[in-house]
Design a binder for this molecule. Structure first.
Ligand code: DOR
Length: 451
């Protein structure tokens, strides 16, 4: 008798611990799947399944979620689109992405949000959700917009980056945070200081000055203001891509109201070396800074200050990057490299695989209240990121699916590689090859106040 449509056998599975509420155990076991959901976990679970994936020698993580990507559709599809962006995701072992609103036009209305959902239908390789952008003209409607069951949340740009979304003044920020219930994701840089300091780098054509223009104080001023306003409004916030030692020390003390994201770029590259080697390809906002900051970010990853790792996948073409700094756009690809880079860091002993599972699988699902994602549990979606911790590979531009065709990590040798991406029981990538056609679906979110 057929017990399951699909099963994984013999993998070393990263499962929720039965003893510690937030812990994990690694167990060699099998997982059975029916109609896209996990129906059994246990040594015999694969027996009788129609299709069995042999994961001997491999680690089976819950599906990895990249909760910060910019896929540029509509309006900027010469850089990326939903198909190419999600293709990169699954080639890199990512099963779901949360996409940012700074497209053209920005995702600030119900109509634009619905348009993104309909553009995604039948064209996305991974599961997907979209943020709503906060703008001065949609503040009144945000609380209704964020209630869409496929919306991961509201995104606020306190400092301007790519696109026109900006919430600069404190009164507007307070109004946004006061209305609505879900955790708000924030790009935190002080716009006034950014504007004042731009003249210091104007005409220099020297990308090494990027972290000097957008300095530590620019980030800290904004993050302190954000937390003050979040407290006054009683609204939890998620501080995206935190890049400084000072912010991490501060954020460690305000965990009751703020969760924290950091990026593999900031954990892997450092100034001045990255700017000398990569020029404007290393330019992103907030900037990659020196080793002192990088070490503080690593401490924050391991002491519990950081909740989530995202990629901030933000493609720009090589032609655009060839302009004169600071007229060059900020951002780099990342959705395809986040997992290999972090597996490499696990192998180098910088964090544990269990901690990585928390940061890239469980916490993104938890913070945004995604339904059935983030853990290998009976009843949850059968999303798995299957990795070989021993495989060595060199990341190369030719492997990158993004329309812009480059990664700042071209030529980097890593140990640890995604071997298969499985979404709701469908193997969509195996051995670096795509399988079948795009079957991604919108992620579903639970309403209510946040954890
Ligand atoms: O470097 C960046 N690029 N940081 C952002 O926050 C936006 C992004 C983009 O969309 O290009």
């Amino acid at each position: 008798m057929k017990t399951a449509d699909f099963a994984i056998k013999n993998g070393e599975c990263v499962l929720p611990s039965p003893h510690e509420p937030n812990g994990f155990v690694r167990e060699r076991t099998s997982i059975a799947v029916r109609s896209g959901r996990i129906v059994a976990i246990g040594a015999q679970a694969h027996i009788g399944a129609e299709d069995v994936f042999d994961a001997s020698g491999l680690v089976v993580m819950p599906g990895a979620i990249d909760s910060q990507v910019h896929f540029r559709e509509p309006g900027l599809t010469h850089k990326e689109d939903l198909e190419s962006g999600t293709r990169g995701a699954v080639l890199g072992g990512i099963t779901a992405v949360f996409e940012m609103p700074n497209t053209k036009p920005s995702t600030t209305t119900a109509a634009m949000f619905e348009q993104k959902l309909s553009r995604a239908r039948g064209r996305v390789w991974s599961d997907i959700s979209f943020f709503i952008g906060a703008a001065p003209e949609n503040i009144e409607e945000l609380q209704y917009l964020e209630r869409h069951p496929n919306c991961c949340g509201v995104k606020v740009f306190m400092g301007s980056s790519t696109g026109s979304l900006l919430v600069e003044d404190e009164a507007a920020l307070f109004k946004i945070l006061q209305k609505g219930r879900n955790r708000v994701a924030v790009h935190s840089e002080d716009e006034r200081r950014l504007r004042e300091r731009r003249k210091l780098v104007e005409g220099t054509n020297d990308p090494r000055l990027h972290p000097f223009w957008r300095d530590e104080e620019t980030a800290m001023l904004s993050t302190q203001r954000l937390i003050r306003v979040a407290r006054a409004a009683g609204r939890p916030v998620h501080v995206l891509h935190v890049s400084t030692a000072e912010e991490m020390a501060f954020l460690k003390t305000v965990k009751d109201i703020a969760t924290v994201e950091t990026l593999p770029q900031h954990l892997t590259l450092s100034a001045p070396e990255c700017y000398e080697r990569l020029g404007t390809l290393a330019q992103m906002n907030p900037p990659i800074r020196d080793k002192r900051h990088q070490q503080a970010l690593w401490r924050a990853v391991n002491d519990g200050t950081v909740d989530v790792l995202g990629s901030d996948h933000a493609p720009h073409t090589l032609e655009e990057k060839a302009k004169r700094f600071p007229d060059t756009p900020s951002g780099m690809t990342g959705v395809q490299t986040i997992l290999p880079l972090m597996l490499h860091h696990v192998n180098a002993g910088r964090l544990s695989l269990e901690r990585l599972t928390e940061l890239i699988c469980r916490n993104p699902a938890r913070l945004y209240r995604a339904v059935g994602k983030g853990a290998i549990r009976v009843g949850y979606d059968a999303d798995f990121t299957v990795v070989d911790m021993k495989q060595e590979k060199t990341i190369s531009n030719s492997w990158i699916a993004s329309r812009v065709g480059w990664t700042p990590f071209d030529g980097m040798k890593v140990r640890g590689w995604p071997k298969a991406t499985i979404i709701r029981g469908n193997v969509v990538m195996r051995e670096d090859q795509l399988i079948g056609r795009p079957k991604g679906e919108p992620v579903l979110f639970r309403a209510g106040t946040h954890e």
